[in-house]
Each structure stands twice: as C-alpha cells, then as structure tokens.
Design a protein around this ligand. Sequence first.
Ligand code: PLP
Length: 396
Amino acid sequence: MGEQPVNGQGDTGKEGGDRKFATRLIHFGGEIDKTTGASSVPIYQASTFHHHDIFNPPEYDYSRSGNPTRQALEDYIAQLEGGARGFAFSSGMSAISTACLLMSAGDHMIVTEDVYGGTYRLLTSILSRLGIEATFVDMTDFEAVKAARKDNTKAVFMETPSNPTLKITGIAEIAAWAKENELLTLLDNTFMTPYHQRPIEQGVDIVLHSATKFLGGHSDVLAGLAVAATDSLGRRLKQLQNGLGTVLGAQESWLLMRGMKTLQARMEHSERGARKLAEWLSEQPEISAVYYPGLADHPRREVHEKQSKGYGAVVSFDVGSGDRAKTLLSRVQLPLVAVSLGAVESILSYPAMMSHAAMPQQVRHERGITDGLLRYSVGLEDIDDLIADLEQALRS
Ligand SMILES: *Cc1c(COP(=O)(O)O)cnc(C)c1O
C-alpha cells in the first residue's frame, strides 16, 4: 500500500480545517500559552482555584473537575480522533473501567474475544460482581457478534487489531449494526492511534486509549484517554470521570502532550521497521507463525486496509514452544524485555507470562496465545540492527 492512505482518511481529515494530521499534531490550539506566549502549555500544578468574584465562579474550580493542563490534552485528543470531547485518565485501564461504568447492573456487553488482558480481568472479575455481564466473541465473525446479542445487551466493545494475535474486526459493519440496535460502541484504539485509524469516522461512539503506549511513546508516563463522538455522551463520561475521580494529573498531562507531538514521526519510522521485521520472520524456518496485518497472507488484511491507514508497529510471532521463547528472551540484546509496547525503544514481551498471565491457560490457548508466542513492538532503532539481534538470539 506504499505511503498512500488506503481510504483517504489518513491525511485528508477535515476537522481542524484542511490541515493535515502532521500539522494538527503540532498546531492543536494548546501549543502557545495565551498569557505569556510560552511554547508549551504550562503545568498548572494546583488542586484548587481562587474565586475572585463569588457571584461569577471561575472556569476552573477544582482540579478533579477540571484542570487547564489536562483540558489542553483532552481537547487535543478529541480533535485528533475527530470526536466531540476528550477525557484524560490515570491509566488506560482507568479510561476503560470508567467508560464501562456507563453500563448498569443487569446490562450485557459483547466483547472482542482476545481483548487486552487487563480488560478481560476487569470484565470477568470486577464488573461481573456488579452485575455487568460480558460475552466474548471472535469478532472476525460478524454472524457470531449478531448471535451474541441478548435482550439486555447494551454495548459492543471492540479492539482491532487485537492483542496479541492481531485479529481484525470490521469496525464500520459492527458499528452500523450496533446503531440499528441502539447499542453503544466502544473501541480500544491503542495499537493504531488516531494517526492510523479513526474509529469515530467509522461510526464508533467512544474511542479508548492506553496512552501509556504509542501516544506517550517514551515508556515514561502511565495514562489513558477517551473520546466521545457526541456532546451528550461526553457529558455522561464527564460525570463518571469527575464522580469516580479517575483523572490524570497535570504533570502527566503535560508529558503526554510532549510525546504526542512526535506521534506521526515515530509511527512512520516504527511501522516501516515492523513491515520489514514481519517479512523477515516469515522467511525463518524456526518461526511457526507470524501475525501482522500487513503480511500478504494475513486473513483479514483487506478489512484492515479499509479502516486503517497503516499496519502499526507490533508484530507477534510463534517460536514453537515455551522453552524456545524463554531462550530467545534471555539472548536478545536490544529490545527491552518487558510488558508494554509503543515506545522509542523496542519492547519484546511474552504474553503468556506477562500481559495475558491473568487469563486461564485453557482460555489463553484457545485464543492462540500459546507458550511460544512473542510480541515485538518495534521502536526507533535501525531495523537492520534489530533483525541481526533477533537472528543471533534465534541461532546462537
Ligand atoms: C496497555 C493496554 C491497556 C491498558 O492500559 P494501561 O495504561 O496499562 O492501564 C489497554 N488496552 C491495550 C490494547 C493495551 O495495550
């Protein structure tokens, strides 16, 4: 697909005038401080705000309800995703759990089968206690999604590409069906970011992010973001964010904006590397499977290309056994061996023992998360060095 946007959505978004995405990343409205002209949003490290005039309450009155630094970030992500309102939370899970509390006791959600491990844990061990039910469905099968609907179904939670086997859900098809049936749609867009994929343009109601990953991009901040497509949904999310107190602090809000400015430059570089890595892995006899939506033999590549501008920077592959996975992890020299992804440094993780350790082994295996599966998040190093490092780890 070269460097061209597949469906034209990538660089031709009309929100923010006719400016392209790279320009909007830098000129987002909060790039110059209005009072001093400073070249970044000030960090308003204050919990409360003086009422100069008791008859006219100030715009900000208490930082849980609103903080100018956090507000700049919230407006920034809303604009990038093309939504009405944005919200910043203390982590990705904080954003996801807050949004899931739009549900009430007795409500049922349909959820992507290989959803992020933490979301799985939230649904199966916390929200389940509060009477919020979830059915996990392989969303590559639209008929299965429709069949999972019950009388009390209120929402559909998607994650595409899914983690870690990069399965693709057809966003527009499910969002349209959900709308017809008055179901709320939520989508975890962590892997793609708004640079590659803008779910609101496909009909999704709420976009969620672990901003800890690509948006922050430097493995130095834990944060979550949510964007509501409409003002009325935004008001409901605001009530939950304020009521639950799941807000992001001013320092982290600033640091996240600092990282987001380079999102496009980082994503482009890392994706180029990821494509090369996926192709190289496919040619290695030791590797039994490679998962990457950009590979010619990815079963849902065309669906992905309709809804995304690129394939992302995460490649998963199977080395065949747990022992081989552990040997490789002990021999690699460049990537961080860690939980997480989406950073300047490459990160190699072992889902069976890290992100998906909370999942029972049988469920894990059914979802293709075998003991030999590794997930490589390509950073900003030279890809040839990363491949040489993997090669020595596989062969030595
Ligand atoms: C990391 C991650 C989360 C959770 O985010 P935290 O910031 O760690 O709380 C949710 N979804 C996906 C896809 C993730 O990768």
